[in-house]
Design a protein around this ligand. Structure first.
Ligand code: UTP
Length: 221
């Protein structure tokens, strides 16, 4: 299968935890050994948001705030890429990661352009690569009826449609947005009908479960 794995910056830690990066590298290598190809898209996490805060306090524009955050995600992506095989740079375009995926069973990138998050980057890679599945390792157990951090009565959903996801998570981008799936990605995934699984990435082995079709997180199809 062609698998796009989106690793939330909030899952990696800020700065990234060595154990978490190593666990993800092992899970990705397991997938490769099973014959799957993996396009990995890594987020910037709390450090990205701290840069956004400083940039905002400095009076820089939302475009400039996004731009500094993108660099944080690329730094995290580089760390993950190094662990996977020592590459010295990460692609900064969708064409770039697709070229690497045409040659290798794994390739890693971070952010792409202002106005989105790496959720949208992952959705774009999945669309262009015609991936079988997009798996998002998140800091939540899946998609809830409402934001569980704000609403105690929110209930986790096991399986939903694209339309339901849009109803729960639709909206507009803002720098540093911390949504389970960002609103631009929601629109793209709905249009491309990419199968999505969002799960709690605290245990990297969840990626294998998601790809193997075991019950985990929330499935959007
Ligand atoms: P990330 O996608 O790096 O977030 O976007 P994350 O840390 O992994 O998020 P979680 O763990 O899913 O919550 C962080 C910010 O970086 C900018 C945006 O401001 C975004 O909110 N960004 C990131 C972009 O502008 N463009 C990109 O392509 C990526």
């Amino acid at each position: 299968m062609k698998v796009v794995l989106r690793i939330g910056g909030s899952v990696l830690g800020s700065p990234p935890s060595a154990k978490t990066v190593n666990d993800y590298a092992e899970a990705i290598s397991d997938l490769n050994h099973e014959g799957h190809s993996v396009g990995v898209v890594v987020g910037g996490g709390a450090i990205a948001r701290e840069y956004i805060k400083s940039a905002s306090q400095m009076g820089l524009s939302p475009y400039q705030q996004d731009t500094v955050a993108i660099h944080a995600s690329r730094l995290n992506a580089r760390l993950v890429a190094m662990k996977l095989g020592g590459v010295s740079s990460v692609p900064t375009s969708i064409d770039g990661i697709l070229q690497r995926l045409a040659r290798n069973r794994v390739a890693v990138m971070g952010g792409l352009k202002p106005g989105i998050t790496t959720d949208t980057v992952a959705a774009m890679v999945a669309e262009r690569w015609r991936a079988d599945i997009l798996v998002k390792a998140s800091d939540q157990n899946g998609i809830f009826t409402a934001d569980p951090r704000l609403n105690k009565n929110a209930r986790k959903l096991d399986k939903i449609t694209y339309e339901k996801m849009k109803q729960i998570l639709g909206g507009a981008h803002r720098p540093g947005i911390h949504s389970i799936v960002d609103p631009v990605a929601v629109d793209r995934l709905t249009a491309s009908r990419t199968r999505l699984i969002v799960f709690n990435g605290a245990d990297a082995k969840g990626v294998l479960k998601a790809v193997h079709g075991e019950r985990i997180g929330t499935v959007v199809s």
